[in-house]
Write a protein that binds this ligand. Sequence first.
Ligand code: ZN
Length: 572
Amino acid sequence: MHAIRPSRPLLLAALVALALAGCQRGGEPAATGTPAGDAGAPPSEEAPAPAASYGVQHAGDYATVPLEADLSAFDDDGKRMIALLVRASQVMDEIYWKQSWDGDREVLLARAPDTATRDWIELNFGPWDRLNGDAPMLPGIGPRPPGGVFYPADMDKAEFEAADLADKASWYTLLRRDDAGNLVTVPYHVAYKAELERAAGYLREAAELSEDEDFANYLAMRADALLDDDFRPSDMAWMDMKGNAVDVVIGPIESYDDQLFGYKAAYEGLVLIKDQEWSARLARFARFLPELQRGLPVDAKYKAEMPGSNADLGAYEAVYYGGNANVGAKTIAINLPNDEQVQLAKGTRRLQLENVMKAKFDTIMVPIAQQLIVEEQLDNVTFDAFFQNTMFHEVAHGLGIKNTLDGKGTVSEALKDQASSFEEGKADVLGLYMVGALADKGELDASKLMDNYVTFLAGILRSVRFGAADAHARANMVRFNFFAEQGAFSRDPESGKYRVDFEKMQAAIEALSRKLLTIQGDGDHAAAKALTDELGVIGDELAADLAKLEAAGIPIDVRFEQGLDVLGLEAP
Ligand code: ZN
């Protein structure tokens, strides 16, 4: 066995981006897809016809899906409020363009050789293809500067380090040069003042229409924050608010675009409608955590800690992705806020974006299953199971143990570089354990358990699609190879497709749970590394099976048709 190089190494960037969006690495959902909408072009491949433009070559990379939601529960004021939040998020698109390309947008777009490439530039907020390692899409465009346009192009790290500027590492300042050529900082609320005033105006108007007082309060505070860059009070208010039916995540939030220092946040706006029913079910399941902890298939000493049962976790339909949220691989889950002071005071909230998961399931996961899961188990690959596996993965982070048995500190400190992949692996396998345990209690439909197992297997195949060159993909391979050794699934030699064995799968879930929890509790870094080295590899047989996916031209990610028209809302 060997750890294969990804056949398209740059695509790993897409997986990394997905992972960064949350703990999307485990057996979680994510990318999958068959061309939909206008993505009917041939699959993107190396060695394209020489004359094809970048846009034409890559037309199959994304499946196009509409961002829709049932808004019938909202009255006219509610709908107008949602429309205003979409408007505010569209302003984030404008600012994000300025944060992504240091020049005139129209001039850049005019350089595209055809509409396909023009479209690709719009989709990427600039001339670099985010799903393809920031490859330049136009002749004459150099590599993307690591610091983007957050810093002067001619500034190096040493000059930055030497600069005596108090707020140079702030998430909310740009570095620029004054007339004498010295570095200075420019606060975001100054640099983008005109746009931010418009966005704040929309938020304040929306606040007046909100039936929910807490949400109105948050919107007003967020409007203030956009205009002075002091986001902490509104982050606190966001964590305090619990009953709101609508949510908006807006402002400069993630700093992945700053590849020089990781300081500077990019603007985004996400408008979300809460799925009250699923959110209530999640709260109900979370209350079983103490009981499920006691039932874990491991020695008592490895489950002595008592988990909290108040995970702040909700399911949402996304109705608009603006700015940084709408570039490259699309997130299917959000875990915020990022401000550690707010985290210490209030914790974090995790938002699962159900309709985007569904879009990726339909367009990417199902086609992958059609290639690699035996015919008679294809019906077991269902969105409900996919969604459940993802949700229970999140809840399962609360199970197990946080401190090592020797009392020397946390599991995370002890396992070092192995810590996050073991934690994700634990959440994956204990998520399946939870589904089984809740089915035993009659909380879930036991007749659907096989769906969870087969869908889980399809999810692993999805997540290792581009190779196992990074830690999280290796963690997925540990699960795949461990289950294969236990006979939890087998490969049909004739079709080259995979089949789950129900009983052996249950036994393998218990065995792997025990192994991971034991290594975590012992804080045994050597054992963790040995397991990853032994099993975190893609065998030749699987590598050949994965090559079938490449040939099938399955999309890498999704792009959205979105906005007021798609939602059937009038312009506010
Ligand atoms: Zn996770």
